[in-house]
Write a protein of this length. Structure first.
Lengths: 268, 139, 404
């Protein structure tokens, strides 16, 4: 059973250390996003990378519309991987919506996690009374339209006989090489599950210590959100980065690595 | 080093009633046989280790129950077998289990299994059987 | 031949650096977006992206460019100075140079194409909508969903009853045999009076016979308690777990009058459950913790709760409905037990310690938790204490008040 989970989520385990260090991609692409960060931790940790069902090279046939309409469905992926690998006391690094997915997983099975590291997190993206999330509903609808219209690497999802893989082996190579494929249907659902989620009520339940890495000038997780999280997460540390944009682990990997290392060294 | 065998039987059972019946039945037939009681596997192994340390003579027979807390009969038997100094002490299993698989398991090691009886006459019969182990060691 | 000028080419053409600042923007771009020639130089690229496209750019496009240095046929919406949207299809190429890298973007407006695609997307959405709105279909789907939920419930009940039957058989064939044998032994003693050489003490035999019949009684009583939990239907109402805990604590003070113990609880929620069974559940778990405390130490028990969401479907694969459950954690620092007994500890009459009680308490707990369609787990290490984790649904459904 655990082997099938590891295959389903394209789980990769490597590194010389003992303590598990799990990297979870968020909205946007797949485990390759961590490529510039993981080498710094390989010697001292057991690194675990994976793709959520529907992303990257996960098993698309396992995609279940009901399950993945909710962030709980993604949290269940994380818990199933932790059970399959017998994980205890890991450090969980979640980008974007994976911060909240990690939080939900930690609420259900705290034994798996020693610390949560949140990169560009947000508990709620849509503005509310007295709460600034960054977006209005119509902005999110515009995003969904963009997801509908983009077919990056979509040829991967055509039936094999349409692709004619056997006669066109170079297309097969394309299949395995593609990064950041978006199946329009699945990607759109992930966008919906992410941007319509509201986990503000769950923040105060978390007992696991956490690090919040807040980018300066991130339209998706603005500074106000970082402050909100720091106020409502018990035992949390907020670090505002020099990096801008939403993916510091791609655009500013050195600063990201430094901040994570500093947090892990100093306890919490 | 071959240790002297005494006229002493080690009874391992968590059930006080069965221990009493057994001891009384043994003494009825052979009053000079000494009986040492242990309530579970851990106590039994502790006693045996003490004997070895003091260089006292080993018991001529170990009567082992199967269902005991802390360390059950099967696990206790495994540990006794694993100890070269205890290998020569005969072991007999005395259990309420009627499971034929248990009997077959111990037969493989040449260990007899007796089912605990439900009347006193049968107790006496079993005891005669047990005492033959000790008599064959004498001398 | 004249060199082709890209400034007035019939396409958008602009470049930006890795920090996201525009380096060069061709005339066409400026005109189409309503800017004067110099207005856009050194401004962030996000200035000319619509808000949704800003998100897509950060989460998808930038990473692709960073890893592959190329992205093709990407649909985004540019933003004019007057905030009107311009749909474009772009290709982007990133070049790494000595003094940093530069990404070139080339694209064409796809107003008409967009209209065509909008039609396609709308047509697909309409078809999906029609399917959804088809009332007959909708009703069938609802009925199916309700049936599936009921089926899952029935499967839970069936499995539970099967487990209980197995345990019952085990008790009848094994647990009851021992007292029976003792009864027989002692009565054979009485019978053999005179036939044997030894005299026995009548009084002590009678005492033992009494003890054996007490043992019988307690096994049967334990089985009865177990059965009662199945027979009575649940009386579900909203319960304040803090009040339940107070009742239980008072019971425990009576049960253990000279024992020092303390129970700390936080965040106990309101839950829909059967009051009588919840009292038994907490009473059993806590008295267990007190009973198996370390010698010469007071029993210190902590109870924490959190509300989480779990899939309510337990048996039917591929069905998901996340509902609120309360996760209750009960921790004691008592004697503990070997970790491999974690599952067996809930079996009827299972005894792990020398000074065990009847061995029925925890199996009652499991039954009660399962009556409420929850789950219970135990984790322990010898001398390090025990942790019980329970998952109980916060709300009960009309279907679920069936007698189990």
């Amino acid at each position: 059973m655990s082997d099938s989970i590891l295959r389903r989520n394209n789980v990769k385990v490597f590194g010389q250390g003992e303590q598990p260090l799990i990297f979870a991609h968020g909205f946007g692409c797949d485990q390759n996003m961590w490529r510039f960060v993981t080498p710094a931790f390989e010697n001292n940790f057991k690194i675990i990378l994976f793709d959520y069902v529907g992303a990257g090279k996960s098993d698309r046939s396992a995609y279940n519309k009901e399950r993945y309409a909710s962030l709980n469905g993604y949290a269940q992926d994380v818990l199933e991987i932790c059970a399959a690998l017998n994980i205890r006391n890991s450090i969980f690094v979640g980008h974007s919506v994976s911060s909240m997915i990690g939080l939900l997983a930690a609420l259900e099975q705290p034994n798996h996690f020693e610390k949560l590291i949140m990169v560009g997190p947000s508990p709620c993206y849509i503005n509310d009374d007295g709460y600034f999330g960054g977006f209005d509903r119509k902005d999110i609808e515009g995003l969904l339209e963009t997801m509908d219209k983009n077919y990056i690497g979509w040829s991967n999802f055509l039936a094999p006989n349409i692709m004619g893989n056997k006669d066109r082996p170079e297309l097969g190579a394309e299949l395995t090489e593609s990064f950041c494929s978006t199946d329009p249907v699945i990607a759109r659902q992930f966008a919906e599950a992410t941007f319509f989620s509201d986990n503000r009520q769950d923040l105060m339940k978390l007992r696991t210590p956490s690090l919040i890495l807040q980018c300066s000038d991130d339209i998706i997780a603005p500074l106000e959100v970082g402050d909100y999280l720091a106020k409502n997460l018990d035992n949390s540390t907020l670090r505002v980065m020099k990096a801008t944009g939403h993916c510091p682990h791609m655009s500013a990997p050195a600063e990201t690595i430094d901040l994570i290392e500093e947090y892990l060294l100093n306890g919490s | 080093m071959k240790m002297m065998k005494s006229n002493r039987i080690l009874c391992v059972d968590d059930d006080a009633d069965d221990l009493l019946f057994l001891s009384q039945a043994i003494n009825d037939v052979s009053p000079e046989t000494e009986i040492v009681q242990a309530l579970n596997g851990i106590e039994a192994l502790n006693y045996l280790n003490e004997i070895k340390r003091d260089n006292s003579p080993l018991p001529c027979l170990i009567v082992l129950d199967l269902n005991m807390p802390l360390l059950n009969g099967m696990d206790t038997f495994d540990r006794i077998k694993a100890d070269p100094e205890l290998l020569e002490v005969p072991v007999v299993v005395f259990t309420s289990s009627r499971n034929p698989r248990d009997k077959a398991h111990f037969l493989k090691f040449n260990v007899q299994l007796f089912t605990k009886p439900d009347n006193v006459i049968q107790f006496s019969d079993i005891v005669s059987n047990l005492l033959s182990y000790c008599r064959s060691q004498a001398g | 031949m004249q060199l082709l000028s890209f400034e007035n080419a019939p396409c958008f053409y602009f470049s930006a650096d890795d920090a996201g600042l525009l380096i060069a923007v061709n005339n066409t771009t400026c005109e189409e977006l309503g800017y004067k020639n110099d207005e856009l130089k050194d401004k962030p690229l996000s200035t000319i992206l619509s808000l949704p496209s800003k998100i897509f750019f950060q989460t998808h496009l930038l990473p692709i460019l960073k890893l592959h240095n190329f992205a093709g046929e990407i649909f985004i919406t540019l933003q004019r100075k007057d905030h009107q949207a311009v749909p474009v299809l772009i290709n982007a190429q990133r070049e790494i140079r000595n003094d940093g890298s530069i990404t070139m973007y080339a694209g064409i407006a796809v107003h008409n194409r967009k209209k065509f695609e909008d039609e396609l997307v709308n047509a697909r959405k309409q078809a999906e909508e029609m399917l959804r709105e088809n009332t007959a279909l909708a009703q069938t789907t609802n009925a199916l969903q309700a049936n599936l939920e009921e089926l899952d419930l029935t499967l839970s009940i069936a499995k539970k009853q099967n487990d209980e039957l197995k345990q019952f058989s085990h008790v009848v064939t094994h647990e009851l045999q021992e007292p029976l044998r003792k009864l027989s032994l002692y009565t054979s003693m009485l019978e053999s009076e005179g036939k044997q050489s030894r005299k026995f003490d009548l009084e002590s035999v009678i005492k033992k016979l009494t003890r054996v019949s007490q043992k019988f009684k307690s096994i049967v009583h334990g089985l009865q308690q177990y059965t009662w939990l199945s027979e009575s239907s649940l009386k579900i109402k909203k319960l304040d777990l803090h009040k339940i805990l107070s009742v239980v604590e008072a019971q425990l003070r009576e049960q253990f009058p000279n024992v020092s113990f303390s129970i700390e609880a936080e965040n106990l929620p309101e839950i829909e459950a059967d009051q009588h069974q919840m009292i038994i559940l907490l009473q059993q778990l806590l008295s267990n913790a007190i009973h198996f405390r370390k010698e010469n130490e007071p029993a210190i028990i902590t109870i924490t709760c959190a509300i989480i969401q779990q899939n309510k479907f337990r048996h039917i694969a591929d069905k998901y409905k996340y509902e609120d459950f309360v996760r209750v954690e009960i921790v004691d620092k008592g004697q503990g037990f070997e970790p491999e007994y974690g599952e067996h500890v809930f079996e009827l009459f299972k005894k792990l310690h020398v000074q065990s009680g009847e061995g029925i308490g925890l199996s009652l707990c499991k039954k009660i938790v399962e009556n409420h369609h929850g789950q219970i787990f135990a984790e322990s290490k010898p001398m390090l204490g025990t942790t019980f984790v329970l998952f109980l649904p916060l709300k009960r459904h009309p279907l679920a008040t069936v007698s189990t």
